[in-house]
Design a binder for this molecule. Structure first.
Ligand code: NDP
Length: 300
C-alpha cells in the first residue's frame, strides 16, 4: 500500500482563507479586527525567522500584528511588565511569548502571567486544566492542527485506537487529551514504554512527537493506519552537494508510507498548520471576548 499524503501546507492555506473570511466579517460587523502580539527575547536566528513568518501571516489574513523584540539580557520584571501592558491592551486578543526563554527567566512564571483568554499558545495552567477537564480552553496550536487534519481526513475518530508517542506539555499531553475528547481509546507512550513497536502496531492513529529523526519504522505501523508526524529534525544532507541540513520527521517516511493508509510528510505536514492555528486561536479569543459565536474551524 502506498499511503495518501495528508498535505498540511494546502490544508493550512485553506484554513487561512477561512480565517481571512472570518476577520473580514468581524471588521464589517464590529469595526475592529483581532490583534496578535508576539514577544521575542534575544537574537536566535531560527526564532527570528519564525516570528517574522507569524507577523507576515497575521497581516495577510487582515489582523493587527504587534511585535516586541527585547534584548537577551532583559530582566524578568521588565518582561512581566510588558506582558501586563499587553494583557490590558484592548487591541490585542492573543499574546505569544516565543520560547525558549533565556535561562535567567522563569518560563512558567512568564507563561502564567499571560491572561488565559489571550494565551493563544494554550500553555497557561488554566488552559491546561480546562482542556484536560473537557472545558472550553485555548488549545495548543500544534495538537490543534493535528486534530483538524485528522478530522478532515476521517470525519469521526470515535472508537479508534490512538497512540501518541511523546508526553511533552506542548505536544504529547494536549494531543492525547484532544484525541480522548474525540472518543479515541488513547495510549501515551514515552521513553520508558516497554516494547514500543508493539504498542505502535495497535494504533489506528499514530502521532509521533519524539524529536528523534526517522525513529518510527515501517514495521511498527499497522497496515492502513493514519500517521501524524510532528517531529522536526535537522540532519546532515545525504546529498554531499547540498550544505544546508535536511528536515526529517520522527517517522521513517520511506518505510512508513508503504504501510500506512495516510501520512503527513515532513516538511509540509504538521509544521504549516501550527502558525495557521495560532491565527485561528486569536480569532477564537476575539470572539470569546466580544461574546460572538465561535468559529468552528473543522466544519466551516
Ligand atoms: P520533547 O523533547 O519535550 O518530548 C519528547 C518526548 O519523546 C518525551 O516525552 C520523551 O519521553 C519521548 N521520547 C524520547 N525518546 C524516546 C524513545 N526512545 N522512545 C519513546 N519515547 C521517547 O519534545 P516536543 O514534544 O517538544 O517535540 C517533539 C518533536 O516535535 C520535536 O521534533 C519537535 O521539534 C517537534 N515539534 C514540532 C512542532 C511543529 O510545529 N510541527 C511544534 C512542536 C514540536 P520522556 O518523557 O520519557 O522523556
Amino acid at each position: 500500500m502506498v499511503a495518501k499524503i495528508i498535505d498540511g501546507k494546502n490544508f493550512a492555506k485553506t484554513l487561512r482563507v477561512k480565517i481571512t473570511r472570518k476577520v473580514s466579517e468581524i471588521r464589517n460587523s464590529q469595526g475592529e479586527v483581532p490583534g496578535l502580539a508576539v514577544i521575542l527575547i534575544g537574537e536566535d536566528p531560527a526564532s527570528e525567522v519564525y516570528v517574522r513568518n507569524k507577523a507576515r501571516q497575521t497581516s495577510e489574513v487582515g489582523m493587527e500584528s504587534f511585535k516586541h523584540i527585547l534584548d537577551a539580557q532583559v530582566s524578568e520584571s521588565n518582561l512581566l511588565a510588558l506582558i501586563d501592558e499587553v494583557n490590558n491592551n484592548e487591541l490585542i486578543h492573543g499574546l505569544l511569548v516565543q520560547l525558549p526563554l533565556p535561562e535567567h527567566i522563569d518560563s512558567e512564571r512568564v507563561i502564567n502571567a499571560i491572561v488565559p483568554q489571550k494565551d493563544v499558545d494554550g500553555f497557561h495552567i488554566s488552559n491546561v486544566g480546562l482542556l484536560s477537564t473537557g472545558q472550553k480552553a485555548m488549545i495548543p496550536c500544534t495538537p490543534l492542527g493535528c486534530k483538524l487534519m485528522l478530522l478532515n481526513h476521517h470525519g469521526s475518530l470515535s472508537g479508534m485506537n490512538a497512540v501518541v508517542v511523546g508526553r511533552s506539555n506542548i505536544v504529547g499531553k494536549p494531543m492525547a487529551n484532544l484525541l480522548l475528547q474525540e472518543n479515541c481509546t488513547v495510549t501515551i507512550a514515552h521513553s520508558r514504554t516497554r516494547d514500543l513497536p508493539a504498542v505502535c502496531r495497535e494504533a489506528d492513529i499514530l502521532v509521533a512527537a519524539v524529536g528523534r529523526p526517522n525513529f518510527i519504522k515501517g514495521n511498527w505501523i499497522k497496515p492502513g493506519a493514519t500517521v501524524i508526524d510532528v517531529g522536526i529534525n535537522r540532519i546532515d544532507n545525504p546529498d554531499p552537494k547540498i550544505s544546508r541540513p535536511k528536515l526529517v520527521g520522527d517517522v521513517d517516511f520511506a518505510e512508513a508510507s508503504q504501510v500506512a493508509g495516510a501520512i503527513t510528510p515532513v516538511p509540509g505536514g504538521v509544521g504549516p498548520m501550527t502558525i495557521a492555528c495560532l491565527l485561528a486561536n486569536t480569532v477564537t479569543s476575539f470572539c470569546r471576548t466580544k461574546g460572538l459565536a465561535e468559529p468552528n474551524w473543522v466544519e466551516e
